[in-house]
Design a protein around this ligand. Structure first.
Ligand code: GLN
Length: 484
């Protein structure tokens, strides 16, 4: 049952070969058996899931139920879920019960989708290894001594270990694509503004974007509709028609123009990873696409620009966690200053504090122009590189991450080494473009991801190309040995 894709499961639900209650119970049992070791969930909502499944079965019995009705999925613990703890991976919100649902959570509920629970993540989505979570690290299902990637490590590990058919996630600088690559699954971050950010706890508002993880591109295509759309409650969501994301799945790739940026194959790219990615590109050529090399000359500015802009925005966004309104409050505060100071010192972990300090510094009078304004100029140049490239190509491809999953502790003492994990993914967020990762091979038994970057609102094209590739290859069907 657990190796079935979303596409297969929803067919069985619609034909009543399986009920939503049976399916939901099956996954809840599997999580109970397997997750004590993996740690991919922070909160399991078994009772609520079964109640939702029962309601979904009633809808399915009436006929005309939406395609996804009765499908169980998991939500990253960054999305507010009414009446359920929403921790964002932090001690600060360990006791926070959200009073409302995030728009995307609500959208899935309206379709009859069942929520199994909330997945583990780096604290406030800051990290590339899931090691900054207050709830402890998540193991990579492919190699238990290695990280699953981050910040959506819980969602990625849960889908890879077949503890959920799909999961929601978020991507500010690579947090969907990098863990998807390291866990051997398919992940997509849509165009900035495509999905509502309402009820998604903010890290860096101009970069944060909700997205999806599943076994296949077809599954992501099926799930993307309800995630997408204008939301009057989010002023950054874009009023652009929602596509039929399955519409190009069966389109042959003949004539598709794919650009390969020279800058994505330089120093720092592990040899085995490069080999898998180049083989994947050759496969696209075999399928009829035209491959040409392109230049994204400002690529080297993306990590430095991101590590000014993201901390700056996080320092503002996280100022709301002050021990007064929600979340953790220190014991016996002496006065208001002591309350703020100790609640924040005790409630936040090291990486979050580091980012707040860097961000507050970059925004301070006298430094704003030197750091923040300059980073925004670099961001514009990075965006212009992509806009120019998309005059000549339909999609851009390269590695998702410079290396396969790495061992716990191997990068956590060196923030810069950790920040370089997102060297190929960050530019996409700075430009607001959609990006995805698809499995394209194994290096020493650990998965490697191919990154596909599309033009604005061109998710259907990316998913179509990814699906054609997955029809011709088997990497997306591989499951880790202990979770087959
Ligand atoms: N790894 C990056 C960071 O630590 C990106 C995180 C994300 O996309 N949420 O900021």
């Amino acid at each position: 049952m657990h190796n079935q894709t979303v596409a297969q499961l929803v067919k069985q639900l619609q034909s009543k070969a399986v009920s939503s209650v049976e399916l939901t119970q099956y996954y809840l049992d599997r999580i109970q058996q397997k997750d004590a070791d993996l740690n991919s969930f922070i909160t399991l909502t078994a009772e609520q899931a079964l109640a939702q499944a029962k309601a979904a079965d009633a809808r399915l019995a009436q006929g005309n139920a939406p395609t996804l009705c009765g499908l169980p999925i998991a939500h990253k613990d960054i999305f507010c879920t009414q009446g359920v703890r929403t921790s964002c991976g932090s001690k600060m919100l360990d006791n926070f019960i959200a009073p409302y649902d995030a728009t995307i959570v609500q959208n899935y509920q309206n379709q009859g989708v069942v929520s199994l629970g909330k997945t583990n993540m780096d604290e406030f989505a800051m990290g590339s290894s899931n090691e900054t979570s207050y709830y402890g690290p998540v193991k990579n299902p492919w190699a238990s001594d290695c990280v699953p990637g981050g910040s959506s490590g819980g969602s990625a590990a849960a889908v890879a270990a077949r503890l959920a058919p799909a999961a929601t996630a978020t991507d500010t600088g690579g947090s969907i694509r990098q863990p998807a690559a390291l866990c051997g699954i398919t992940g997509l971050k849509p165009t900035y503004g495509r999905a509502s950010r309402y009820g998604m706890i903010a890290f860096a508002s101009s970069l944060d974007q909700a997205g999806l993880m599943a076994q296949t591109a077809e599954d992501v295509a099926l799930l993307l509709g309800p995630l997408s759309g204008f939301d009057p409650k989010d002023s950054t969501s874009v009023d652009h028609p929602v596509d039929d994301y399955t519409r190009l799945l069966s389109k042959p790739l003949t004539g598709l123009r794919i650009g390969i940026p020279d800058e994505y194959f330089g120093e720092g790219l592990e040899a085995g990873t490069e080999k898998c990615v180049r083989e994947a590109i050759a496969e696209f050529e075999k399928l009829g696409a035209t491959i040409k090399s392109i230049k994204l000359p400002h690529t080297s500015l993306s990590v430095p620009a991101y590590y000014v802009i993201a901390p700056a925005e996080c320092s503002a966004n996280l100022s709301r966690f002050d021990g007064v309104r929600y979340g953790y409050r220190c014991e016996n505060p002496q006065d208001l200053d002591d309350l703020y100071c100790r609640s924040r010192s005790e409630g936040f972990g090291d990486e979050v504090k580091r980012r707040i300090l860097v961000g507050a510094y970059a925004l301070s009078a006298g430094y704003y122009d030197a750091y923040y304004a300059k980073a925004q100029k670099a961001r514009r140049l990075i965006k212009q590189d992509f806009v120019a490239a998309f005059h000549d190509v339909d999609l851009i491809m390269g590695p998702t991450s410079p290396n396969p999953a790495f061992e716990f502790g191997s990068k956590s003492a060196d923030p810069v080494a950790m920040y370089l994990e997102d060297i190929y993914t960050i530019a996409t967020n700075l430009a607001g473009l959609p990006g995805m990762s698809v499995p394209c091979g194994l290096v020493n038994g650990k998965p490697v991801g191919l990154q596909i970057i599309g033009n604005y609102f061109d998710e259907a094209q990316m998913l179509g190309a990814a699906h054609q590739y997955q029809q011709a290859t088997h990497f997306h069907t591989l499951a880790p040995a202990n979770y087959k």
